[in-house]
Ligand binder design. Sequence first.
Ligand SMILES: Cc1ncc(COP(=O)(O)O)c(C=O)c1O
Length: 453
Amino acid sequence: MTSIDRTRLHELAAREQKSFAALHPKSHAAYNSAEHLFGRVPMTWMNKNSGAFPIYLDRAQGNRVWDIDGHEYIDFALGDTGAMAGHSHPAVVEAVTRRISEQGGLTTMLPTEDAEWVGADLTRRFTMDRWSFALTATDANRWAIRLVRAITGKPKIVFHSYCYHGSVDESLVVVGPDGESMSRPGNVGAPVAVTETSRAAEYNDLPGLERALAHGDVAAVLIEPALTNIGIVLPEPGYLEGVRALTRQYDALLIIDETHTFSAGPGGMTRAYNIEPDIVIIGKAIGGGIPTGAYGLSSEFAAEALARTDLDLVDMGGVGGTLAGNPLSVAAMRATLEHVFTDEAFEHMIDVATYFTDGVNALFDRYELPWAINQLGARAEYRFARPYPRNGTLAAEAADAELEDFLHVYLVNRGIMLTPFHNMALMAPMTSRSDVDAHHEHFEAAIRELRGV
Ligand SMILES: Cc1ncc(COP(=O)(O)O)c(C=O)c1O
């Protein structure tokens, strides 16, 4: 296996940064003139990019994006899953346009009939009986956490170390070097010490999870069934079954966040792995680009919550939001679920992702790189470690910001966009094998330059 020559990496990265600046003068100027935005961007995360400034969007269609400097990109980032349906899918555009112009009523605090259709379809996919909508997966997680605390009367939530579930206070917890839970580095303005509300356990570590549960004070374990925000860390055989058995043994609920793992198939990992959760969280992709989120409850849990007359579920008790479940986002969800994320679409997306993964693996072998790639249905992600890390802490240790930035900027300069957050490539229903070939051609060229061959 070959290690990377850092001097060569720095030289190549400097060359690519120079070329990025030369290719994107309009984006550069727009960024420099953004004097009224916090961090010069509409949302601070948009400063996470491999060049010195973000590329400004002109337009996007399907799995293609165009920037204001006139460059076209094959989009494997897909809005970090928010655009997994592809940009402006015709079925979504049609439904959303109808609601906006013909029907009207974007926000009314009145239900539309689409909502029951969406609830029924989410039940068919993810097995939960009763659904409620939010505008982000973050909020769906927040509201589910409030409900499980209220119903169980227990204070703590257990998470995987290096999980990501949105900007949920409780979830910013990791396993520290001494094996104890601690605040995630960089946690902004925690309301209380996170260890008061939460514990962390490593992914793929059932004894660690049991230690977290054994205190008897855990309302729920809230997890992604595979980690997708620190590479893709997959379950070892028996892990997910073990999680379910332990949560039952210690009388804790199991919340499965499918926001990203929906890529595994039409019913996410819940269906693909037969998980039997108590609550399912979903968001991002199911709105086809329109903000949305949802949580699904078992009928027993929902009935128990509704029977609690001391809980204010219809006004300001802390669960819900004014624009949540609005007619526009519900119409978008219906169109996306009904017309875009069909079984056939997933078959195609997974086939293309497998083609992507096989090709990347072949390059790692050919150039003897100590890197590995994991696939979860329609998404694939490589990490600078081999074998692939088996938990969040090891995956975090395998990060290499310099290398990652170089590869991203190299690809962007040649019309290929990976998610800015990691080395993730996601396939939309319209992503083709020839799009993947284009990625592999440039990815191989980047590797050859790195290796000096
Ligand atoms: C698993 C998971 N849950 C929740 C979220 C939060 O989604 P949003 O930013 O739409 O609130 C994310 C975002 O990346 C996520 O990956």
